[in-house]
Design a protein around this ligand. Sequence first.
Ligand SMILES: Cc1cc2nc3c(=O)[nH]c(=O)nc-3n(C[C@H](O)[C@H](O)[C@H](O)COP(=O)(O)OP(=O)(O)OC[C@H]3O[C@@H](n4cnc5c(N)ncnc54)[C@H](O)[C@@H]3O)c2cc1C
Ligand code: FES
Ligand code: FES
Length: 488
Amino acid sequence: MRDYILFYLNGKRYEVRGEQAFMSLADFLRYERGLTGTKIVCAEGDCGACSVLRGEVLPEQDELRYSTINACITFVHLMDGTHVVTVEGLQDEQALSPIQQAMVENYGAQCGFCTPGFVCAMTDLVNHNAYQNPKGQTHLDEKQIRNGLTGNLCRCTGYTPIIEAGKAVNLAQFTPLQKRYNSPEMMAELRRHRSVPIRIQAGNKDFYAPLSYAEAVTFKQAQNAQIFASATDLGVQINKERSNPTVICSLNLVPEAHALSESGGVISVGARVTLNELEHFMRGHIPEFARLLKIFASPQIKNKGTLVGNVANASPIADTLPFLFVADAEVELTGPNGKRRVNINRFYTGYKQLDMRPEELISRILIPIPDPADSLRLFKVSNRKDLDISTFTAGFRLRLENDLISQIAIAYGGVAATVLRLPKTEAFLQGKPFNLETFQAAGAIARSEISPISDVRASAAYRLKLAENILLKLYHALAPSPAEAVGV
Ligand SMILES: Cc1cc2nc3c(=O)[nH]c(=O)nc-3n(C[C@H](O)[C@H](O)[C@H](O)COP(=O)(O)OP(=O)(O)OC[C@H]3O[C@@H](n4cnc5c(N)ncnc54)[C@H](O)[C@@H]3O)c2cc1C
Ligand code: FES
Ligand code: FES
């Protein structure tokens, strides 16, 4: 057992003990290490000013995988076994990195407050493409840059010069972080520590990172601990003083928690699999779900946040839930008496109420791959496309036989205290002809099955209209184009 967190910071080894292990990473960098290039603006993962790069050990690989995260909503204890690179760690000797230099030459900064975050996010893009260079590119294209920077806000420069800076970087002139930093000693140290559990007690705080789900369950039961996945929800709650967990259990050192696999047509997602890993995996298995994950939050959030955290957080507007409902996914719970499975359609019993006992934790989500005969469509309605909370969400799984609807599953989010299935609408559609009139009539039934509230994002009337109209959108998404209909 160790009583410290081990991580590397800009290439230097650190052991962090006591209360410092419970600090937010941003505070630790700024106030304990004097690395004030990492800024704190929103403190809730929304602006990207606190972006840093985090390198993680991959199984059976001799280098780290780097990606950007928000340092404001993560904690030092969650950095165990990683290499953190801040904006200060990017310059080469005394020279600016090619990205920093491009920002200067393209007038990419005015007040400069957002600039370190943009530089880190852009470094993630450049590093990925310079190192692996999957497309054999010499420069990034505009689409890659726009997608890669959705987690960063600038209030004064305007985005055009920043995008121009990204386009100007010559990938060949960038030394990948893996080549620059990953020494055999660093890799050996990080690997060796992954097999040693951690317990840190300081003041009223207690942190435990065991090596198995069973040990985590024992600790959770004995200490009434809160499980931390990646803290993209918990970090916001803590920063905004909506919660203050003192006894914390991390599953980071549990090998099974990182497992993502497919077997017999069922995808198994461990408790620490990130949304980014899932998005990549789903492209080859359930592309419609991968498409939805593309517009989930920002790269910084997805590089860290987990599917299990999204499920356990139990928000009625959690983006993954309508899909999991219509896919008939199962939640695997591990407790003192072993494992049990609950169909996600029965997992939520009220607002933020789960069929999960205090001593249990979620070990996996099991997702059956929809039958090839089924059409899957997922919708997220929000005020803007990127990095926005949903106003309304919907998931549909539908099968047609001889132009009749032979099977249909519908789930809506943002219309009640939990995500809902719509049994009356499903029953109405069953066996009906696949035409516009059917979906118009179904819209009226869908309205009658929900009673949404008005809140800061939308009125109840707007949500009722969405509930109706999304069925028309579904019809038009699935209906053959006029050319296909006449066999052109
Ligand atoms: C800027 C920003 C943008 C966001 N955008 C979106 C978005 O577009 N769509 C969306 O749906 N969400 C969004 N979120 C919410 C959040 O990122 C997701 O809900 C994410 O999936 C949470 O995962 P996590 O690993 O960070 O969970 P954590 O914050 O670590 O945990 C969340 C909850 O789950 C519990 N928990 C975690 N693991 C387990 C386990 N194994 N067993 C039992 N309980 C567990 C925790 O105790 C906690 O209550 C956003 C958040 C931020 C800050
Ligand atoms: S300070 Fe805004 S994302 Fe961290
Ligand atoms: S340069 Fe001022 S906020 Fe971006």
